[in-house]
Design a protein around this ligand. Structure first.
Ligand code: NAP
Length: 297
């Protein structure tokens, strides 16, 4: 089969429903794919399954790890595998220096090995194209959670969005579409100006204390401690906080619990609420990333 990835050998280690969609696309684009830990796959041309991850990476020009990557102890995210999949020393030794290793989010464990071994580590979740596309299922998931948890409709509610970045902007737009009264909080004057231009009141974090009491729901997208105990103490008792920022989020969860405020950290929403769409996003973005890493773009 021809295609933009013809002649490219890719290894996929672990993954979930998203990586299955990606696998289909890589095969459609002509790649030869060596897989370990992606469950029982139907036989098809171009795809070879291995039990032992080091066998799957041999000869591969590109390694694809699952979006959530590898945990601190070396466990690769592989919920479809028959047994746990580990990133062992033998596996690391089988990947030559310079090899592109694609992963959604790389934890310290993987970053350290990649630096030691001289791999080309690409954290795809941080790429603009991926982050903007992923903001859609993330925002939908956050809205779904708010609808499930709140005793009121989002329509007519006071919804605060902290951080008008890629996720914050999509979320604010969707909330406004539902009829929520959106307020944006952002540290940057240009982003606050953009919010104002769209029609959303916008505040700096330094002014949040003065207005936070009116929030029915607060969505945080800032990966820094912005929702402090002092600010939480000013919120209304029934407020709901949905923290979307990467672990540990931007909320003082201990203070929230002490104040009896409902605060939830909601990681990995695209893969949870829309695995197929999240897979289609990988399928849309990864082929060009692979070609770029291999110097073919
Ligand atoms: P982004 O585009 O970089 O937006 C982050 C926002 O936080 C920006 O407005 C940024 O302001 C602001 N910010 C960063 N550090 C700050 C600080 N110290 N004080 C005040 N504001 C600060 O990132 P994103 O793609 O929207 O992602 C936001 C977070 O959500 C990340 O942690 C990401 O990993 C996570 N995420 C979670 C999910 C999920 O399912 N829960 C899905 C996707 C992403 P500036 O523009 O001024 O830097």
């Amino acid at each position: 089969m021809g295609g933009m990835l013809a002649g490219t050998k890719v290894a996929m280690l672990g993954g979930d429903a998203r990586e299955i969609v990606l696998l289909e696309e890589l095969l459609r684009r002509g790649a030869e794919v060596q897989v370990a830990g992606l469950g029982d796959l139907p036989e098809r041309e171009g795809c070879t399954c291995y039990d032992h991850p080091p066998d799957a990476v041999r000869g591969a020009g590109v390694i694809i790890l699952p979006v959530p990557g590898v945990k601190a102890g070396g466990t690769i995210h592989a919920p479809l595998a028959r047994r746990p999949l580990y990133f062992t020393g033998e596996l690391a030794a089988a990947i030559p220096p310079g090899t592109p290793v694609l992963v959604g989010v790389a934890k310290a464990f993987l970053k350290e090995i990649a630096a030691e071994r001289g791999w080309q580590l690409v954290e795809t979740a941080e790429m603009d194209e991926m982050a903007i596309l992923n903001s859609i299922p993330t925002a939908e998931g956050a809205i779904m959670m708010a609808m499930q948890e709140l005793p009121i409709t989002l329509h007519g509610s006071e919804a605060f969005v902290l951080g008008l970045g890629r996720t914050g902007f999509t979320l604010a737009r969707m909330l406004a579409g539902i009829g929520a009264r959106v307020t944006v909080v952002d540290r940057g004057a240009p982003d606050r100006a953009r919010a104002y231009a769209v029609g959303w009141p916008a505040f700096a974090f330094t002014d949040l204390a003065a207005v936070i009491a009116r929030a029915d729901v607060i969505f945080n997208t800032v990966p820094a401690p912005v929702l402090t105990g002092e600010l939480l103490a000013l919120t209304r008792p029934g407020v709901l906080i949905i923290d979307l920022a990467s672990d540990p989020g931007g909320t003082d969860f201990a203070a929230a619990a002490a104040l009896k405020r409902r605060a939830v950290l909601a990681p990995g929403l695209p893969g949870k609420v829309a695995p197929r769409t999240a897979g289609e996003i990988l399928a849309r973005v990864y082929p060009a990333v692979i070609r770029k890493c291999l110097g073919r773009l």
